[in-house]
Design a protein around this ligand. Structure first.
Ligand code: ZN
Length: 439
């Protein structure tokens, strides 16, 4: 059996009393983080003055070994479960390491770890121990030594059934004061086996998924665009808010409404992506799903700036494009983990020129984004996204051992047989059934 690490974020509702305890514990963690960060910064300063052979660095182990002394001097730190305090130092260590790694790579814009401000809720991270999940009563209990003795026992009505072993549980809070536990577990998943079936997918903005399988059968799923529905409403509230005096009661009311609408839009987009990715993974016999590797910079700059829009609208398309690439990147992630869960695999392949190339004769021609259907000199007429999907499949098959082109040829033959390429357009239109999802 192979393993897959999954994180489940579940909302819970603490009582006021419990909330106060959580804040107390978080506050200790925050102070510890700031203290440990200050120590590291001082260390760095004093090292700078010394010749390189006399420098001594503070690492995680040193800071962890200091914990008992800190607790002896300031007993309040012992309120927090000891492993949680250690995890605070681990996080700092991680923040520090990733900062230096990026800095050394030449990324000088990266910010060093920062001190955490007063109202910052430090995520409480219970690693391996200190928590007990009751799957029967759907609740979770956390250990702590707060003098109030209030139990940190929360009911989790949305706790799903899971088979895996829980590694870590985190308590976190979002900016809208909602509380969550993040349960991180290792799930047993079946091993991936190449079963000789393949599904190539072109991801897009208009058609979220255009897939072709090894037998030349197409599936197309249109993207749902809740942003189109919300954009006008959001803009309206935004403009009304901007006519109010800043931070007045009315201004706050509109802000809240705006935030809620944006949240709703984000939820709808995510929900749709979850459903479609699940649908795609479950409804194919292929154990290998091939998608084009998304290249954000290329998509955003090259294609759109070439068109002769005014600068302003070019910038607008650019922003949209970046946003859309972000959405598609997330969709690709969903596909990847959902596939892994059932023993399938998502392979990424370089998708350069997959839209520009004619999939039948291989001729490359620049095509504008508005060209939804390609018309090649060789007589091929095909939906733009289907052409790309076929190209992705051909590229994948040609790289797959044995590399003798036989697989690609077989695929192209079955494509011809199944759809008799010249009549693809009519076939395609009849297959194109938009997916309806319940609200
Ligand atoms: Zn052609």
């Amino acid at each position: 059996m192979a393993f897959l690490t999954l994180t489940r974020k579940i909302r819970f509702f603490p009582t006021l009393q419990q909330e106060r305890i959580l804040w107390d514990l978080s506050e200790k963690c925050r102070l510890l983080y700031n203290f440990a960060l200050a120590e590291r910064l001082q260390n760095w300063e004093s090292n700078r003055a010394r010749p390189s052979e006399e420098r001594t660095y503070i690492n995680y182990t040193k800071q962890q070994n200091d914990l008992p002394a800190i607790k002896a001097k300031h007993p309040e730190y012992a309120w927090v479960y000891s492993k949680v305090l250690q995890m605070v130092l681990r996080r700092l260590d991680g923040d520090y390491k990733s900062f230096f790694a990026r800095y050394k790579r030449g990324d000088y814009h990266v910010n060093p770890p920062r001190f955490k401000g007063k109202n910052y809720f430090t995520t409480l991270c219970y690693n391996q121990s200190g928590f007990r999940i009751d799957t029967e009563n759907k609740s979770i209990r956390f250990s702590h030594n707060h003098p109030s003795g209030v139990e940190l026992l929360f009911s989790l009505p949305w706790l799903p059934k899971f088979k895996g072993k829980v590694k870590q549980v985190e308590i976190l809070k979002d900016t809208r004061n909602r509380w969550f536990v993040a349960i991180i577990s290792d799930e047993e998943v079946p091993f991936y086996v190449d079963n000789g079936f393949y599904q190539a997918i072109d991801l897009g903005i208009i058609n979220l998924v255009t897939a072709v399988n090894i037998h030349g059968k197409f599936i197309q799923i249109q993207n749902r665009r809740p942003d189109k529905y919300w954009r006008k409403k959001i803009r309206e509230v935004q403009s009304r808010r901007d006519h109010c005096r800043k931070f007045s009661n009315k201004w706050h009311r509109y802000s809240t409404r705006l935030r809620k609408m944006q949240q709703k839009l984000a939820n709808q987009l995510r929900d749709f992506q979850h459903k479609i990715s699940k649908h795609v993974v479950e409804n194919t016999r292929a154990n290998t799903i091939i998608i084009g590797a998304l290249k954000i910079e290329e998509m955003a700059t090259k294609k759109n700036l070439k068109t002769n829009h005014s600068r302003n609208s070019a910038q607008k398309t650019l922003n949209h494009s970046i946003q859309n690439t972000g959405f598609m990147g997330r969709f690709a992630e969903f596909l990847t983990y959902k596939a892994k869960k059932v023993g399938k695999k998502v392979t990424r392949i370089d998708e350069a020129y997959t839209t520009q190339t004619c999939c039948i004769c291989g001729k490359i021609r620049h095509r504008r984004l508005s060209e939804r259907r390609i018309h090649c000199d060789c007589g091929t007429t095909l939906d733009r996204d289907q052409n790309a999907a076929v190209n992705i499949m051909i590229r994948f098959l040609s790289q797959k051992p044995p590399v003798n082109g036989e697989l690609s040829q077989n695929f192209l033959n079955s494509l011809h047989r199944n759809t008799a390429l010249h009549c693809i357009p009519s076939l395609v239109d009849s297959m194109k059934t938009p997916v309806t999802t319940s609200e």
